[in-house]
Design a protein. Structure first.
Length: 456
């Protein structure tokens, strides 16, 4: 696993160059390219053939993009695939024209064409980027990568590791990605699940660490539909951020960490294992725990255990919305297999290749689900009247869940709504533009669970 660290160092070296040219600003006429292209990757265990993927810059996941909070990311997206594509910067509170949603905020970038993304990252934290044109297929084929915005005052840790969890649906003989992206079973049930689960583009990832080392782990769920349920062994510590946004105070890590598609969690952990191994383990459908990421322990760091970490510095604009003034909205989530939607309505939906509705509409459709005034506070109740969980993602703005007694939950951009449950979120509509609100189980999004709001 030597190569993992070498690779990370190489990435950081490359990004040094990026930061340099970004500082040159307008003097630099050609932004650094980010190229969507076919590539081969050894996803399956050694002995299996390489898998043909759609990649950014030939890598899986795409190159790790790192920039300092408040600085500008400039990338020329070059589409070298045979299909149109676009890039969404998930969780970045960005200007609308840079949000990358084909058909809503920009035209899809045609094969052979390019598009310059250029925006300031206002918030520090763990974000990611992925295709937002036919996402169900393009993300599953490999078009995603980590986007890390660094705090001005970074926490005191020995290492900062990005762990991008994903799964791939591969033909077990050839190790090639199963090409059926419109299977009604996937669209109408839990979504498209892979049969090979991995981290950072490989089947079994092992890190090395020393006892008593302190690691920042940036967990990203890049899977199309899988909800990761995780636990730590031989590592203990705190969660410090959710969906990029710092928590007001570090919280001891829960027994089980639930990470829905597109969600992120930042952990600060100390290596506490007595033996040679620590791990992040994943709960399987068979209720058994298995290793998601191994940590091989090689000796002890000089220091003994440290004091708990401080909270990460807050990001700008984290004030809770004004509930007293908030406009109440309700969005019913309906449809899917084993749901309560009347068969007559379901048949109508299925004739147009859809299985789900948000607010009564199988989207995306015109007009938007809601038109909001700039600066208007909103409270939106999402009622999951289906037999499946959904990971609801709002573009352009983070929200807070409104909990019992009108207390606020942490800021998030993606919320897991369990089957049959109802969740209320609240936010201030402070970012003008057309913003998608959709399920991040990407088969669901393709089959109707895509709506949008307009803020003006
Ligand atoms: Cu869904």
């Amino acid at each position: 696993m030597q190569s993992f660290h070498l690779t990370r160092r190489a990435v950081l070296a490359g990004l040094g160059a990026t930061a340099l040219s970004a500082r040159a600003g307008f003097a630099d006429p050609a932004p650094i390219p980010l190229t969507a292209q076919r590539a081969l990757a050894q996803i399956a265990p050694e002995g299996y053939p390489q898998t043909e993927i759609w990649s950014y810059d030939g890598r899986l996941p795409g190159p790790e993009l790192r920039l300092a909070q408040g600085t500008r990311l400039q990338r020329r997206f070059v589409n070298s695939l045979e299909v149109p594509s676009s890039v969404h910067w998930h969780g970045i509170r960005i200007e609308n024209a840079m949000d990358g949603v084909a058909g809503l905020t920009q035209e899809a970038v045609a094969p052979g064409a390019s598009f310059d993304y250029d925006f300031v990252a206002p918030d520090a934290g763990t974000y990611w980027y992925h295709a937002h044109t036919h996402s169900m297929e393009q993300v599953a084929r490999g078009l995603s990568g980590a986007l890390i915005v660094q705090e001005r005052d970074a926490p005191d840790v020995d290492r900062d590791e990005v762990l991008m969890f994903d799964d791939w649906l591969l033909d077990p003989q050839t190790a090639q990605i199963a090409p059926d992206f419109s299977h009604p079973m996937d669209l109408s049930h839990g979504g498209r699940f892979g049969n090979l689960i991995g981290t950072n583009g490989r089947f079994a990832l092992t890190l090395r660490a020393k006892r008593h080392e302190r690691l920042r782990l940036r967990l990203i769920n890049a899977a199309n539909a899988r909800i990761f349920v995780l636990r730590l062994t031989g590592l203990s510590g705190w969660q410090v951020a959710l969906d990029g946004m710092p928590l007001p105070a570090p919280e001891p890590i829960a027994q089980e960490i639930v990470l829905a598609p597109a969600q992120r969690i930042d952990l600060i952990v100390d290596v506490t294992a007595e033996g040679q191994e620590a791990a992040i383990e994943r709960l399987g459908n068979d209720a058994q725990w298995s290793r998601q990421v191994g940590v091989q322990i090689t000796g002890a760091a000089s220091r003994s255990r440290r004091a708990p970490p401080a909270a990460l510095p807050p990001n700008p604009k984290m004030d809770p919305p004004d509930l007293a003034q908030a406009r109440p909205l309700e969005m019913k989530i309906e449809g899917g297999a084993m749901g309560r939607m009347p068969m007559s309505r379901m048949r109508g939906l299925m004739q147009s290749g859809k299985f789900w509705t948000l607010g009564g509409q199988a989207g995306p459709v015109d007009p938007p689900f809601a038109r909001l005034f700039l600066g208007e506070p909103v409270r939106l109740r999402m009622v999951n009247d289906t037999a499946f969980p959904h990971a609801m993602h709002l573009h352009g703005m983070h929200f807070r869940e409104v909990l019992e007694g009108e207390r606020f939950g942490p800021m998030r951009d993606t919320l897991l709504t369990e089957a049959g449950a109802s969740h209320e979120i609240a936010f201030t509509a402070d970012n003008p533009g057309k913003w998608l609100l959709h399920c991040h189980m990407l088969a669901h999004a393709a089959a109707g669970m895509t709506s949008w709001i307009e803020v003006s």
